[in-house]
Design a protein around this ligand. Structure first.
Ligand SMILES: [Zn+2]
Length: 344
């Protein structure tokens, strides 16, 4: 897939500027937003860490009529490298602090040992999923890249649900929207009727909802709750982390809810047809590209997405989960007869 063309900085609403920062992904770029504040500007999300992005970020600030000395703070929707990569460069070159939701902090490495452990945890997670030896070879090949994507930049501030973002004169409020990550935040600007959505809501792509290694959360339940939560903001302009600015949030939320309901039904049927591990179910269901064509991180995203749906189905009593190495997934005993349904 070709990457999307990177747009020029643009004023999207009432003095708020979007600055597209390229990164190596079919999405092509991630948006940083420059938001006017009483004593300068606030930055929402901080792009990919590269010299190219750094130059593009400073050019975007200049287009918005600001410089690095004006940046009072950097708030990030989540600490993935396409949203958090430049945070340290901005902090080092400006008066800015960095703020995240506290549930993102466990995803920030305290040292190289944490990065190494993340790879080990991923390998154990693949064992649990029932992945074949070829997947472990793929993980080994990706290990250096994976390690480099785990940030060690420690923010100095926390932002929790409903909290006003400091330095914005009350204009921006943090909204906790777990799902894509446990500490994902959106930011609501009531006066300008804007919602900064990071990767929680994108106009075309369905955000990856993965049950990750060493995680005891139900990410799909959290995500669906977060979808319903942002519906409460009504008629807003949506400023997402990728793709394009859009309106009609409600229509997009409906599509996402239907998508996951269909996905749950498809995955429940795969278990009913005899797919008994995360790996087997991942291979049995449809993807935007054939599963065998997905490589590395994209494959692990597909595995994590399947795991999230299986876990949700098990918690809801629609299938059975037998934890192990690998985990086993079985049809639920029939609720009406108390008998096992026929399994092909
Ligand atoms: Zn992203």
């Amino acid at each position: 897939m070709d990457s999307a063309a990177v747009p020029e900085p643009a004023e999207v609403a009432g003095g708020v500027w979007s600055v597209a920062l390229p990164f190596p992904n079919p999405l092509g770029f991630a948006f940083s937003y420059v938001v006017p504040a009483p004593d300068g500007v606030l930055v929402v999300d901080a792009g990919w860490d590269s010299d190219e992005c750094w130059d593009a970020f400073r050019a975007g600030l200049a287009a918005a009529g600001a410089g690095l000395d004006d940046v009072v703070g950097v708030v990030v929707t989540h600490v993935h490298p396409d949203h958090y990569g430049l945070a340290e460069r901005i902090r080092a070159s400006s008066p800015a602090w960095i703020a995240v939701h506290p549930a993102e902090r466990p995803r920030i490495a305290e040292g190289e040992h944490d990065r190494v452990r993340a790879i080990e945890d991923m390998a154990e997670w693949l064992h649990q999923a029932g992945a074949p030896a070829s997947e472990f070879a793929e993980l080994d090949a990706d290990a250096a890249d994976m390690r480099s994507r785990i940030s060690m930049v420690v923010p100095e501030r926390d932002l929790v649900d409903g909290q006003t973002v400091p330095g914005t004169g009350g204009a921006l409020v943090a909204v906790h929207t777990p799902g894509h990550t446990p500490g994902h935040l959106c930011f609501h600007d009531r006066q300008r009727r804007l919602l900064f959505t990071g990767d929680h809501i994108l106009p075309r792509v369905t955000p990856n909802i993965s049950k990750r290694p060493q995680s005891d959360v139900d990410p799909l339940r959290d995500f669906l709750g977060s979808v319903r939560k942002v519906r409460g903001f009504g008629d807003v302009q949506v400023l997402p982390g990728h793709e394009w600015v859009f309106g009609d949030l409600g229509a997009r939320l409906d599509v996402l809810l239907v998508h996951h309901e269909e996905r749950l039904t498809e995955i429940e049927a795969a278990v009913g047809a005899g797919a008994g591990t995360v790996w087997a179910v991942t291979r049995a269901v449809s993807w935007s590209r054939p599963f065998d064509k997905l490589r590395g991180r994209a494959r692990r995203s597909a595995i994590g997405e399947t795991f999230a749906h299986l876990y949700r189905l098990a918690v809801a009593g629609r299938i059975q989960w037998v934890p192990g190495r690998p985990d086993r997934w079985l049809p639920a005993p029939s609720r009406t007869t108390g008998e096992q349904p026929d399994v092909a």
